[in-house]
Design a protein around this ligand. Sequence first.
Ligand code: PLP
Length: 486
Amino acid sequence: MSTDDLAAPAALAPHLGTVLDALAAGAATRNGPLPAGGPAAVAEALGRVLADTGGADPLRTLTTALAAHSVDPLHPDCAAHLHCPPLAVAVAADLAASAVNASLDSWDQAPAAIEIENDVLRSLAGLVGYGPRAAGVLTTGGTESNLMGLLLARDSAPDHHRATRTAVFASTAAHFSVARNASLLGLPPAAVHLVPTDDRHRMDPAALHAALRAHRARTPAGEGAGPSVVVATAGTTDLGAVDPLRALAETAHAHGASLHVDAAYGGGALFSERLRPLLDGLPLADTIALDLHKLGWQPVPAGVFLARDAARFDPLEARVAYLNAQDDEDEGYLSPLGRSLRTTRRADAFKLAVTLRALGRDGLGRLVDRCHDLARHAAARIAATPGLELTAEPVLTTVVFRCTDPRLDASATDEANARARRALLAAGRAVVGRTELGPGPGAIRLKLTLLNPHTTEERLDALVDAVAAAGREAAAEVVPATAGTA
Ligand SMILES: *Cc1c(COP(=O)(O)O)cnc(C)c1O
């Protein structure tokens, strides 16, 4: 074996053995959901490994160090983010995609991968309830899909003032990428209208109606209003709240606005008979973002952007002499170049094609349902644990809560929760999420995002107990400081 061998299967085989051994060895030395000791310990350990530039087997050394000092989404106590343990079959398929190294910017770099992507997109379009006119593309994730949703809503509009007069309507609980994408598109902050939510953090259709009407009323007479796009969220990152999609679609369309649904998280409910009704109205959306690297158990990236009508992609059409000449396309050598913001693009749909066949919709649905059950179990345990306060019943697979102590005021409670989480990280004991609901003080919450279908109720109970214990210790640290100022 030579290290400058290219990735022919025979050359790859010994490297795979090295990687699998090193992953196991690294995980064994970590022996928990994350490395203990916090950022300083990780920086020191990695610094030592990286300083050794003359080592004999860098693949083995670096893979071992990577595994030893990583956060392990396979570990039951790793429960902070929408950061899933990937399916083994999907990781193996992704290796095949890397080895073949197709690039989906032209037919002559990806003949099979283009067919496979189209097949996956047809399946997913069918799953969301779109008809035969739908089209889509694989993306790096919800952030890119949301950018495409805004961009194509803007550029599909006939109004020539569209570039400066586009208005975006999203709820106060929408993902931060909505506002950032609007800014990337050159829209001023005032172009993003934050629509109030109801008591369960869902966009209120009556408030959307009022916001759209007020926007229209502000447009000076004689000047056409620019395009308006409503971004609904199906599964907010923290509470999993699903906006009332049907009512929002009707409201948006009645005002001539288009609807993009950010289903990066909640799109996973499509696989579940039990949760699917939450997404009622989804096929009314003009465009949709899905992330199969969340409730789809894919290695990153597995973002999907879908449009109800393929014509939505027209503004992205690109004719590039060396990639997709018109006469080649006329002869059937079609390329997906005009559906993506990217040029070189790896075959991310391949792992999805394999997964959808290996597990099927029902298999994925069982994983979603299991994680939903685990979230409900954790919520009940939290509600029953003294010193913990459940914020809301889980909708999907997240559980939001906090540690409380009668001796602490709102700011001290925030402080204790933040400290408790960091203490669990520093000890290498657990990776628990943290967020804020509304303006502080008193806004900080802890969060369990349950994406590991193989954890057990007993493991979850132990995790909840560990958080409660960390909360008690943190409260004891914070109390004297508060008492001193009282
Ligand atoms: C995760 C998430 C995103 C961002 O997706 P990335 O894949 O991280 O780019 C957008 N919206 C929601 C609701 C999400 O949960």
